[in-house]
Design a protein around this ligand. Sequence first.
Ligand code: NDP
Length: 333
Amino acid sequence: ALEVRLASRPKGWPTEDDFEIAEVEIPTPGEGQILVRNVVMSVDPYMRGRMNDVKSYVPPFQVGAPLEGGAVGEIVAVGEGVETLKTGDNVLHGLGWRDYALVDAKHVVKVDGSVAPLSTYLGVLGMPGLTAYAGLLATAEFKEGDAVFVSGAAGAVGQIVGQIARLKGASQVIGSAGSADKVKYLTEELGFDAAFNYKDGPVAELLAAAAPNGIDVYFDNVGGEHLEAAIETLNLNGRITMCGAISQYNASEKPTGPSNMIQILAKRLTLRGMLVGDHKALQQQFVSEVAAWIASGELKYSETVIEGGTAQAPAAFLGMLRGENTGKMLVQF
Ligand code: NDP
């Protein structure tokens, strides 16, 4: 069986050489453990941060050790003392980047592929979906009538943020993304009122043109120039959810901060950081509301699925960083 290890800590943009595909024995579950054959795994932006040797809210990956991350698989063997799970069950767990995962039964969540496709537990109904839901409704305290701007809008989190805003009565929903096709997807498929390709010019100008009445909420997935443009465009008492800053994850030099921070004072803006792990209390409300919107057709989602399992995981991860995904980037085994 195969697993992906961190071969070296990337400096700036990672390359295939920073990963090693290693051959390993299939393990046998001990007491309280289960053996899972992975079916689909997630590649996420936060994994780039874990490749650096810095202290953060999750510890760094270790060079020579397998990478970790969200995955869904099928239980193929069950150790002694495991009462609640059986062979054939599907589970969500934290040991992707490998063909077979040996996990503690108490660290997995049972999922049902007949209720929703297994991939959605890693996307729209999983961590990215909850990030969108909590980041908009709890962190930004979205209210009906707000004009909402979301960057990274065609990605896993962004595509859900914009649609929740629309469904909850935003006065305008604006998105930015990195290609003409993604812009079209936002306005023609997802019901965004306006969208632009941030590569077409200065973000401040593109945003001002798309939001003539300003914005009340900015959901930040990107940071940098996008954040500065949003501060410029936000209305009085506007709110910013700081969810991510992907434009800076591969920077080899210290990024520069927004030059217009003084507007936070003048416009009484609120900037609030969020981590999805702090919002477990919203999980049930999130799933029931979003699943109902999917069932009624009011909320749509995309996935970009790379075939080929473990061996293709590094390429999928690098592709996601470059923007090759629309919606959630996944690896199918
Ligand atoms: P996405 O599915 O959005 O994939 C990443 C996308 O980032 C790419 O598709 C690409 O799209 C875009 N991107 C890459 N480089 C740049 C750049 N320089 N400027 C602008 N956009 C860029 O990922 P997720 O939805 O999983 O994550 C989105 C953000 O949310 C990330 O910042 C992530 O770290 C954060 N996050 C935070 C969480 C939290 O708890 N705080 C939890 C989950 C995610 P494009 O073609 O548009 O450039």
